[in-house]
Design a protein around this ligand. Structure first.
Ligand code: THU
Length: 133
């Protein structure tokens, strides 16, 4: 799938963002190696800390549909900002566990400016279950 198409899917789901507190809509779309896509938007709560980011929702959606880590090719995250959106630290940690290390992480804005990165670049020295052994 072309990057632009993946960005378009992530933009589409921004419409379903529930973000009355930040008024900041975020959309994400996870792509599997066999071409399936799973979308997520940010869903907020009046108890702010209970809000959930778009990329975690898209990833959980994929897992809840039976997608396995090794089947994941890419995730695209998009918001209306001057530069491609920067995922929060909590999401970086969650993605470090649920995505393969070689998964493409595409950060984009609604003007289709984007760059491709990896979890190791976004969160070097991330915590893993191996650290608890
Ligand atoms: N947010 C995301 O959903 N993903 C990101 O990558 C950045 C931030 C959401 C969380 C909150 O609902 C709103 O954007 C403002 O922080």
């Amino acid at each position: 799938m072309e990057v632009k198409e993946l960005i378009s899917l992530a933009i589409e789901v921004m419409d379903y963002s529930y973000s009355p507190y930040s008024n900041f809509k975020v959309g994400a779309c996870l792509l599997t190696k066999d071409g399936r896509t799973f979308k997520g938007a940010n869903i907020e709560n009046s108890s702010y800390g209970l809000s959930m980011c778009a990329e975690r929702n898209a990833t959980f959606q994929a897992y809840c549909s039976g997608v396995k880590k090794e089947e994941i090719e890419a995730i695209c995250i998009v918001a209306k900002c001057n530069r491609p959106v920067s995922p929060c630290g909590a999401c970086r940690q969650v993605l470090s566990e649920l995505l393969p290390t070689d998964a493409k992480i595409i950060l984009a804005n609604t003007d289709y400016q984007y760059f491709e990165t990896t979890i190791e670049k976004l969160l070097p020295y991330y915590f893993t279950k191996d650290d608890m052994e």
